[in-house]
Design a protein around this ligand. Structure first.
Ligand code: HGY
Ligand code: MN
Ligand code: MN
Length: 416
């Protein structure tokens, strides 16, 4: 499909530098000194969205916050016969995060729309940019709450989920100034959304190994998250012989290495990212341990079977060690395929801009795009990132890659 050259693409290097400067500015909105940590419904969330809203207004966009706390900007069309295109990513972060995961896609979208506005590009659809407020689930161990609000898949039971200090999502929303009864109004499920585009760092080493600045995403891995509570018997570290113990931590340790070995054998990924000893002390045999499991695969059937198998193996370890293990599923999102027409359009755009053959690749990381795929044709463009490092303050991108990404995004919007 010929790629439109309607857009006179401004010198995107200048714009890319402004994106990088704004990334630095947004990174200062953090709850932790000296690192980037920005969670849902916090002061940092509010401050960051206030700043994003100001940049959206500077770009000439109409702005608003929706009923679950996402920040929106709209490039108005005078004749939106083809509905709306939504471009987004998330503004929240993991703990001690890099600066680019999520925020890069939001700030690049604002920059691209600013360019289109500056060049008086008239489109047959509105273009909305959205900063999703909770993709990582850092505060409430959930994920995709912002995009679930937009996709109309918000579950009212989530309002009772509590953070580490016992504050529920419902209480936090009220404190943030949101009306929990209005949450359904955030949904765009019934609207005419022509396409959802997301630009995101790859968070892996593939594009760097190919020497490419950008790549087109084919699909996003399915994921499930569990919290496992292991209960044994607390006891005196000096008096209970090992063969008489019901040590919850040793049981959890055997479970965790079993998870690792099983995932390796199945060619999937599984991670235990959190592990807490409840009431732990140097001279006490651990009685209660809680750990998390994050398990993913591009192959949904393999993911389902692996979860079933693993939960059975945890139970047999618990039985053998005479402890109990209760696994609660706290999140799941099925593997999704990116819209094929949008993939081929991104491919022709990137080949046109880079003068190199397109590289198609799957995403092992989850994204808001998984949820947006339920209400619109979805696609993603990946940007190369330094050594594939992410969820780590060492996360980094090249300004020239941001320039390439901006040019691709502007061309993609006008080619839709
Ligand atoms: O966990 C993920 O894949 C994403 O970074 N939330
Ligand atoms: Mn992330
Ligand atoms: Mn992300």
């Amino acid at each position: 499909m010929p790629v439109s050259n309607k857009v006179h693409v401004q010198k995107d290097e200048v714009n890319a530098q402004r994106v990088m400067d704004r990334i630095e500015q947004l990174a200062t909105f953090s709850s932790m000194e000296g690192m980037v940590t920005r969670a849902y419904l916090t002061d940092e969330h509010k401050a960051a969205h206030h700043q994003l809203g100001a940049w959206m207004e500077e770009a000439g966009l109409q702005t608003w916050q929706d009923e679950v706390g996402n920040q929106w900007g709209r490039l108005l069309s005078s004749n939106p016969t083809e509905g709306t295109v939504i471009i987004g990513s998330h503004s929240d972060t993991v703990v001690n995060a890099g600066k680019y995961d999520g925020t890069l896609g939001v700030i690049m979208a604002i920059e691209a729309l600013s360019n289109l506005k500056l060049n008086n590009i008239e489109l047959p659809f509105h273009v909305d940019v959205v900063a999703f407020a909770d993709e990582e689930g850092t505060r409430f161990n959930t994920t995709l709450l912002g995009s679930c609000g937009v996709a109309g898949t918000w579950n009212p039971d989530w309002l009772d989920i509590k953070d580490a200090s016992g504050i529920s999502i419902g209480q936090a929303m009220k404190a943030f100034g949101l009306d929990i009864n209005a949450i359904p109004e955030a949904s765009r499920a019934g609207d005419k959304t022509k396409a959802y585009l997301e630009v995101h760092i790859e968070q892996g080493p593939v594009l760097e190994s190919c020497g490419l600045p950008v790549g087109v995403v084919t699909g996003i891995a399915g994921a499930k998250r569990f919290i496992v509570d292991v209960s044994g018997m607390a006891g005196h570290a000096g008096t209970v012989p090992l063969e008489l113990r019901n040590d919850a931590l040793c049981a959890a340790a055997e479970m965790i290495t079993t998870i690792e070995a099983y995932a390796k054998a199945q060619g999937i990924v599984a991670t235990v990212g959190k592990c807490d000893i409840k009431g732990g002390a140097v001279n006490v045999i651990p009685g209660k341990v809680q750990f998390s499991i994050d398990i993913r695969s591009q192959n949904q059937e393999l993911l389902e079977n692996s979860c079933t198998q693993l939960l059975m193996r945890l139970q047999s370890i618990a039985q053998k060690r005479q402890v109990t293990a209760e696994a609660e599923k706290i999140y799941e999102a099925s593997a999704v395929t990116c819209d094929s027409k949008l993939q081929s359009l991104w491919s022709s755009v990137t080949e046109d801009v880079t003068r190199k053959p397109v590289h198609l690749l799957p995403s092992g990381a989850g994204h808001d795009a998984m949820m947006m795929a339920t209400i619109a044709p979805m696609s993603m463009l990946f940007l190369r990132c330094e050594k594939g490092i992410s969820h780590n303050p060492l996360e980094d991108v090249l300004t020239e890659d941001v320039a390439v990404g901006l040019t691709c995004l502007e061309k993609m919007i006008t080619a839709l």
